[in-house]
Design a protein around this ligand. Structure first.
Ligand SMILES: NC(=O)c1ccc[n+]([C@@H]2O[C@H](COP(=O)([O-])OP(=O)(O)OC[C@H]3O[C@@H](n4cnc5c(N)ncnc54)[C@H](OP(=O)(O)O)[C@@H]3O)[C@@H](O)[C@H]2O)c1
Length: 331
């Protein structure tokens, strides 16, 4: 029997305190299963919430966190077709990706080409998918239309900027740090504004008065109210994150007189609803966009599994220049 190291949590609490590296038995893959060597997996805000016990779905304890990642097929069990050793695969929700290797149902894997950088492939399933689906599902955007978003330098936000540029839409981007303005413009943002009390008016003037029908909110609190305040009559604000950990404040008049729709989005529900075939189609599209460099999520640092505490501390720091990745196994 082989062994594989994995991050295990036995209780919820402060992420650095509860995540431990352990060595587990790794049996041969059963029928219908594939043994995958995990290459990279990011630490997303949702992973932090999982470790804290504050996320609606989390592994049974003891369990291995990590909701997305990329791996290489090592061995196929009986009755597996369409996959072979050395294939590059995206790992499914629920696998627990912060591990060196594991067995996973072949049908749950999505094979992608080897032309996608592995670090980028590891981060396709959550943030780029969220960005692309939100841009398509809520409002049918016309060429040249404007979108507004806050936390625009987040992984999702940067993807929104690049996808919008690629598909011919324009973005007004709200950030909380002046030093990001030029950087995001260089990445394709049409307008970048710094968070503040007058931001609704500034957003409206950044579009030259053109109506905005879609706002994407991952902050909550006042920031959400302000970007919603820049929407045209009947516009939609989609809340998909709550980085400020502040409740939404929805002025009555925004609903009564402006008819603004306040909607929510969770990519986990989308995957459940869409089914395997639609998910594979979406991920193939994202893989192709990543292979061509249309989307690229910045990475600030890569840590081996044994430095999980440092990696988790780093992932919770504000003002990062990119994602924190775990290198789950060595080349
Ligand atoms: N619903 C879904 O399906 C779904 C899918 C993907 C992501 N999300 C959510 O989307 C959000 C962004 O995720 P990500 O992985 O893209 O993030 P990320 O790359 O880790 O970046 C975090 C962003 O949040 C900003 N931020 C942190 N604390 C803040 C605060 N108190 N007020 C305002 N901004 C703050 C950071 O700004 P600085 O750089 O200035 O620190 C940065 O822009 C998270 O809430 C995540 O859970 C939801």
């Amino acid at each position: 029997m082989q062994k594989a190291r994995a991050i295990i949590i036995r209780e919820h609490g402060e992420p650095q305190a509860v995540a431990k590296l352990e060595t587990l038995n790794l049996p041969s893959p059963a029928a219908g299963e594939v043994r995958v060597r995990v290459k990279f997996s990011p630490i997303n805000p949702a992973d932090i919430n999982v470790l804290e016990g504050k996320y609606p779905i989390r592994p049974e304890l003891p369990g291995t966190p990590g909701v997305e990642g990329v791996g290489i097929v090592e061995e196929c069990g009986a009755d597996v077709s369409g996959l072979a050793a050395a294939d590059v695969v995206l790992l499914p929700h629920g696998f627990g990706t912060w591990r060196e290797a594991g067995n996973v149902a072949a049908l749950a894997l999505v094979k992608i080409g080897s032309d996608v950088p592995l670090e980028q492939a590891a981060m396709l399933r959550i943030n780029p998918a969220t960005a692309l689906v939100m841009l398509r599902e809520f409002v049918t955007l016309q060429p040249g239309e404007w979108i507004v978003q806050n936390a625009a330098n987040s992984a999702v936000g940067r993807c929104v900027i690049r996808l919008a540029r690629h598909f011919g839409w324009r973005t007004v981007n709200v950030v909380r740090r002046t030093e990001l303005v030029d950087e995001l413009k260089a990445d394709g943002a049409d307008a970048v504004l710094v968070e503040g009390e007058k931001i609704s008016a500034e957003i409206k003037s950044a579009t030259g008065g053109a109506p905005i029908r879609l706002a994407l909110n991952s902050v909550g609190g006042d920031s959400a109210t302000r970007i919603a305040g820049a929407l045209a009559f009947g516009g939609t604000i989609v809340t998909f994150g709550a980085m400020a950990r502040q409740p939404l404040k929805i002025p009555n008049g925004m609903l009564i007189f402006q008819n603004i729709a306040w909607r929510g989005f969770w990519i986990t529900h989308w995957y459940e609803r869409a089914g395997r075939s639609a998910a594979a189609t979406l991920l193939a599209e994202l893989a192709s966009l990543a292979a061509r460099g249309v989307i690229a999520t910045p990475v600030e640092a890569v840590y081996p599994l044994e430095e999980i505490a440092e990696a988790l501390a780093h992932a919770q720091r504000p003002q990062r220049a990119g994602k924190i990745l775990l290198r789950c196994s060595n080349p």
